[in-house]
Design a protein around this ligand. Structure first.
Ligand code: GKR
Ligand code: MG
Length: 421
């Protein structure tokens, strides 16, 4: 049997409604963007990937898509070289803006990732095994997620209120958490902070502790606090949170805090690429790394990251941005095949109201998702919904994630809260 080759690649930008979720750099726009990557083979198989869809990133995806036909989907090293060749001098620059929160150090990793996932999906479909098997085998049948809580307005200005309603104080956050726990069964909770003063956000976490005495809690202000404030918050929330995530920006700041508290510090901001690990380990700056296959260069690179965190005695959790079902499937397979995943993963999934994968495979029960057992990622594209979400992309007018720009259109005096308090 001759090996199948890539015959055609389609990159489709999509948009889906997103509530006004507040964070350190502003507020989510009414539409979140993603790109769906379809890799077809001459043997009639289809592999799927999902990634960011900011304009610059999209242009890079399209450039790779144009040269991929003829490629062997098992040749992942070759795929990486191919992406590197296409990006040329651009490999170091940020292609996806992350709303201004992250300075992505490797375009190579972010552009390569969805094609790698699609190739692994193809490999799994061809050999009839789930992607988790290609990553070493599932060590768990279900993957636990934490309920991701956000301060939010009742609705986007000028639009009707959404189903979640307002959450701008501890009572609102507890009500939102109740809805998350009742609806999805989450067994741990994460509050996105960096919006109000540290004391107000501590009060919200303490209200969550009172309302949910048994659930592990996390607080993530995305670097909104100074190192000194972070130490003070850690003292107040010691024994209340399982970890503090990115209390302050940078490896040096995190190391200052880590040296003065026993509360574990997690990050998806100061360690976001392999080259950040040596200085972070040397400074003992973080105790938990949040992996993210979209950012770290795919599923196999994320497995490598897991091995490294294990080697250095660090914990491992998983980061999320607004996403759809293809990403969720990839996250679940990766998490299933990661023995040392020591914490429930993040997901924005409950915040979206539309998806483009056929329903029924990725249902949440007890806060967890069963690892799909079908070949590849185990999810199928719903072409009608892909069309709907693509049409939304064409008409919504959003072309990149810009939380600060959108916030300033509502409050012209706003400036990002990074290290504000
Ligand atoms: O969706 O606003 C958001 C989050 O703040 C997200 O962009 C972060 O990347 O979830 C992320 C985090 O854990 O920092
Ligand atoms: Mg974070």
């Amino acid at each position: 049997m001759s090996a199948s080759r890539v015959s055609r690649v389609v990159v489709t930008p999509v948009a889906f409604g997103d509530p006004p979720l507040l964070n350190v750099v502003g507020v989510h726009q009414p539409w979140a963007l993603r790109a769906i990557v379809e890799v077809h083979t001459d043997s009639g198989l289809l592999g799927l990937g999902e990634t960011y869809a900011d304009e610059t990133h999209l242009a890079r995806l399209e450039a790779v898509a144009a040269v991929l036909p003829g490629h062997d989907p098992y040749d992942l090293h070759g795929l990486r070289r191919l992406v590197e060749g296409v990006l040329g001098r651009e490999t170091g620059g940020a292609g996806a803006s992350f709303g201004g929160m992250l300075d992505v150090s490797s375009a190579l990793a972010t552009v390569y990732s969805p094609f790698e996932v699609a190739c692994l999906d193809l490999q799994g479909r061809e050999v009839g095994r789930p992607v988790s098997d290609l990553l070493g085998g599932a060590v768990r049948e279900r993957v636990p997620f934490s309920g991701y809580l956000f301060y939010k307005w009742a609705g986007h200005p000028g639009l009707p209120d959404d189903a979640w309603g307002e959450a701008l104080d501890p009572d609102g956050i507890v009500a939102q958490a109740t809805r998350m726990v009742d609806g999805w069964g989450f067994g741990s909770l994460k509050l996105k902070g960096g919006v109000f003063t540290p004391d107000e956000e501590c009060a919200a976490v303490e209200a969550l502790r009172a309302a949910f005495p048994d659930l592990p809690l996390r607080l993530d202000p995305n670097g909104a606090w100074t190192p000194e404030t972070s130490v003070r918050v850690a003292e107040r929330l010691a024994g209340v949170v399982e970890y503090l995530e990115d209390p302050t920006p940078g490896i040096d700041g995190m190391a200052y805090v880590a040296a003065r508290t026993d509360v574990p510090l997690a990050t998806n901001m100061c360690v976001i690429a392999f080259e950040h690990l040596p200085p972070a380990v040397a400074a003992d700056a973080v105790q938990i790394v949040l992996s993210d296959h979209h950012l770290w260069g795919g599923l196999r690179a994320s497995s490598l990251l897991a091995g490294m965190t294990d080697t250095f005695g660090m914990g491992l959790s998983m980061h999320s941005n607004s996403h759809l079902g293809v990403s969720l499937a990839a996250m679940v397979h990766l998490a299933a095949a990661t023995p040392n995943l020591t914490y429930a993963c993040d997901t924005h999934y409950p915040w979206k109201t539309q998806d483009l994968v056929t329903p029924g495979v990725l249902d949440f029960e007890g806060g967890s998702v069963a690892v799909p057992t079908g070949p590849g990622l185990g999810v199928e594209l719903d072409r009608d919904m892909l069309g709907v979400l693509h049409e939304q992309y064409l008409t919504c007018g959003v072309r990149r994630r810009e939380d600060t720009v959108y916030m300033r259109s509502i409050d012209p005096s706003f400036s990002p809260n990074t290290a504000r308090w």
